[in-house]
Write a protein that binds this ligand. Structure first.
Ligand SMILES: C[S@@+](CC[C@H](N)C(=O)[O-])C[C@H]1O[C@@H](n2cnc3c(N)ncnc32)[C@H](O)[C@@H]1O
Length: 377
């Protein structure tokens, strides 16, 4: 009897162990299938990040496996309340050195900004002096590097400056560029320039009084990236062909060799590509063509509403065409654009209009308050 009981107990335990084993094997199989699919998707998704964008469909951003594709930016900023938000973005009041810490690693596709420049005369929003500029800026830039996606870009609009007392130029912005590349590991994708003929002829002593220097009309727009192959597509910013170019195309181009040695072949007469490739000098002409609602004209909505309500107009806005050019070339629909020195939030308004998400950070509440006008608030 005892022997039969023991046998029954052993058979029962064997059955329990076998069933448990099958269940575990079942789970392991499901896990294996999940991991296999996930790895396949991940490899497929990352393969487009290492080469310049060539094909819109193949290289379209792949949805993340573990997060919703388009989280509202409010959901990305941990434990910080936005000052205001829109359907695609959120604006935060405070020191961006602190605020940036709330953004997760690798969450931003494009950081586009114009920080306070180093100037002789302090502006109301606290420019630092040239000698301290690099040290002041690097903590912001370190955070920007952290929050960028691997194929993301950091586009920095920065003005030059004169040395005090002599008609010579400061090197402060070049020193910054070298530190960004050599100390923080950014790559210099390309130097671009914003041609701004509306700049004042200063310093008056050298330019208009002694007449020994000429008017400075460009600002640097440095396109930096986290890897050598940031996501970019110049077909998104093609310019209309000039009348000369169209005439040439009608007549056809003779195969010839330029004095520089470049071959001009008949392939130059193909103009079906939809426009000419823009240069790295962003002229006012381009700005005017691209401008939908100019933000430094006297009659755009932002300026008019500031005037009507007696609010301060931001004194150092960039034209909407500047962020618009880079947002179009460097991001896709739904990507995240960050401006950590947002001022009147020109970049956020451009991102919203172009169907991108955005995060703006600004130190002074009067600027952020007035920036709501850009969103009809
Ligand atoms: C050149 S303006 C940017 C203007 C902006 N691009 C526009 O179109 O309106 C620089 C802005 O950075 C802000 N700023 C300065 N230090 C800051 C900081 N630590 N955190 C956030 N914003 C800051 C200033 O108040 C100023 O509005």
């Amino acid at each position: 009897m005892a022997c039969r009981d023991t046998f029954r107990k052993r058979a029962a335990s064997a059955w329990v162990i076998q069933s448990a084993g099958s269940i575990v094997l079942g789970f392991l199989w499901v896990d294996f299938v999940n991991v296999f699919c996930a790895t396949f998707k991940m490899l497929h998704a990352s393969s487009g990040n290492h080469a310049p964008r060539m094909n819109k469909v193949l290289d379209a951003p792949q949805p993340s496996l573990f997060a919703p594709a388009h989280t509202h930016p409010r959901g990305l900023m941990q434990d910080v309340e936005p000052y205001y938000e829109t359907p695609s973005g959120a604006a935060y009041l405070g020191d961006s050195r602190e605020l940036l810490r709330a953004l997760p690693d690798g969450s931003v596709n494009l950081a586009f900004t114009s920080p306070p420049y180093a100037l002789h005369f302090k502006k109301e929003y606290g420019n630092v002096c040239k000698a301290d500029y690099v040290e002041w800026f690097l903590p912001f830039a370190r955070e920007v590097h952290r929050v960028l996606t691997d194929d993301g870009s950091f586009v920095l609009n920065i003005g030059g400056s004169w040395n005090q007392g002599t008609p010579t130029r400061s090197l402060y912005h070049y020193k910054l560029m070298i530190a960004l590349v050599e100390d923080l590991g950014f790559h210099l994708a390309q130097e671009c320039y914003w041609y701004n003929p509306a700049k004042m002829p200063v310093p008056a002593e050298w330019v208009t009084v002694r007449r020994v220097r000429i008017k400075d009309s460009v600002e640097h727009v440095w396109w930096l990236s986290k890897t050598p192959f940031p996501k970019a597509d110049n077909r998104q910013v093609l310019r209309p062909y000039s009348a000369d170019m169209l005439r040439l195309a009608q007549r056809g181009v003779k195969t010839t060799v330029r004095p520089s040695g470049h071959n001009i072949t008949s392939s130059f007469d193909k103009i079906e590509s939809g426009g000419s490739i823009p240069s790295n000098v962003l002229e006012d002409k381009i700005a005017n063509e691209m401008l939908i609602a100019g933000n430094n004209s006297a009659n755009d909505v932002y300026t008019m509403r500031c005037k009507e309500s007696g609010m301060k107009i931001h004194p150092a806005r960039f034209p909407a065409a500047l962020p618009e050019f880079f947002v179009k070339m460097l991001t896709d629909d739904g990507d995240l654009v960050l401006d950590p020195f947002a001022g009147s939030n020109t970049a956020g308004a451009v991102a919203e209009r172009l169907g991108r998400r955005w995060v703006a950070m600004e130190l002074l509440d009067e600027y952020l308050e007035a920036s709501k006008f850009r969103f009809g608030q």
